[in-house]
Design a protein around this ligand. Sequence first.
Ligand code: GLC
Length: 632
Amino acid sequence: MKRSLYPISVKNTLGDLYKTPVGHDILDKLLLQLNIDPFWITNPVVSNIPLSMVKKLAGSKLDPGFFDAIIALINQEKDVPCVSNAPITPAWWKEAVFYQIYPRSFYDSDRDGVGDLKGILEKLDYLKDLGVGALWLSPVYDSPNDDNGYDIRDYRKILSDFGSMEDFDHLLSETHNRGMKLIMDLVLNHTSDEHAWFQKALKDPSCPERDYYYIIPDPEGKTPPTNWISFFSGSAWRYFPEEKVWALHLFSKKQMDLNWDNPALRQEILSMVNWWLDKGVDGFRMDVINYISKEHLPDHSLPQGNETIGSLMTFTGIEHYYYGPHLHDYLREIKEKAFLPHNAFSVGETPGLGMNMCRMVTGQERKELDMVFSFDQLETPGHTRFDDYLYDLNYYRDYITNWMLHYGNNCQMSLFYNNHDNPRMVSKVTKDPAMVFPVQVLLAGMQFTLRGTPFVFQGDEMGLTNYAFSSMEEITDVESVNLYQELIEKGKTREEAFATILAGTREHARVLLPWNEDIPADQKAKVHKLPAYLFQEADPSITAIYKELIALRKNSHALIYGDFALLNRKRDRFVYKRWDEKETFVIECNLGKTVRKAAFLPKDMTLIFRTEPYKNEPKETLGSYEIRIWKK
Ligand code: GLC
């Protein structure tokens, strides 16, 4: 990773590309997508081929600008990441277990069918008792809910379905009274089309807000300004026939992208962020934050997306904004002018960034973000979220081990399997009802003993699995609804399209939590004014295991800040060590269903945890998906 290789050009070899931090991340991502082993690139024969030759060999199979687009991204990054082995700097957010609340489906205190802030308040003692140290609230701001609150209409107002600003203030102080922190979800890449800024911008071409967005006049309205594709299907441009303009929306048609290059917009955002921090919130989870800086052509228009990248990554245009030219500047600006003065914490949602790019935005010396969510662990190579397949945990082992060993002590990892955008991981790992419990215990056991900050998603601790939706009528999420439509238009039958949606829909994560209240099951639906299908049962034994494991982590410096070493990674095995000067833990996992011989049977350590059904089995056998924790 030497800067001397720069500027990269087509004269460089494939191997040179792989040696640059950004090139490495891009090639890894492509290999993952295509399910090709990195050896394909690192072997000397291929790695010594100059790009110009690859271009020739590929001929018309690649869009001619393919390598130029990648080279431009590589050359744009002027820094190399720092990987420090100095001792980890302690911080509350490295010690806490976070718990993500999706307010709409967390707890419905007034039985109107929608979860609310008072509901969260009622459950604070439950969360405290579970051992949670910090809450992350998915958006609670005023919104027309085209994307369940990720389309903000007013950043300084609470959505009335959820309660009032008083309810929020009360929730915040009660969270703090219990010694927990609270972070909000901050959606800064876009606003709702109903936000006052956008409404003004649309109507008045000369108002200052016009430049807050990407609004392009076009009397014809036939061809969108670029070929960019929206994450929620179709073109990323919406035409407004009355005003005769296009506006950019990377997400739904009602989520209009903000133009961060406008200094007045950044000022507005800073003042809003500071307003929340002044209230006392402890930080933010920053929605798709790596998309905020878009690349422009010299005439300020947005460039066309490369078709080859588009067909590989689904979303044409992505190379122009997922690691944009001013990303670092904008992150530093918020850090310096809002987060640092308030000692606030930030975790970025950063889809598509590989390890080097993540280092570049989270390295503590760089003063950008504290942590990120990187998503490449969520699907195994060659798969996307909407594929119906079985997730092989051997991939998770190798992925997470690589990060723990190489990310650096100046960067902190987030550990998660679930959030509001994904089906439940347990249901991807096994379809066998008898295996659900041990898989849940295994996932939890790893989450609280690996290195990084754990993020529990609501319901993980209740043993929730994917929901057995039976038809599209039960699915409301904008992403799924649009994708279903797109699949039908492409010629899929209804059954085929529904099967795809069922595999990947975000709705699985958005089902109302089962609080095992004292209401007969057939009455619950009525009481909550919700369709009966929304109810699953919670499993109290899983909750007890979460409590036990969270307490174990919380009380152990070794598990939080200690070292990590991989001891055994044979097929279906994951044995690792976590230690500091005082304590050592060895964790042995069976990542598969086949019962095996234990690989680690120490004489001088105590077995402090073992998956429940196996507790009375001989120690020599490792049950299906068993996890055990040894301590010295
Ligand atoms: C993020 C959110 C997701 C939302 C999208 C657009 O990925 O997690 O729920 O739909 O951004 O805001």
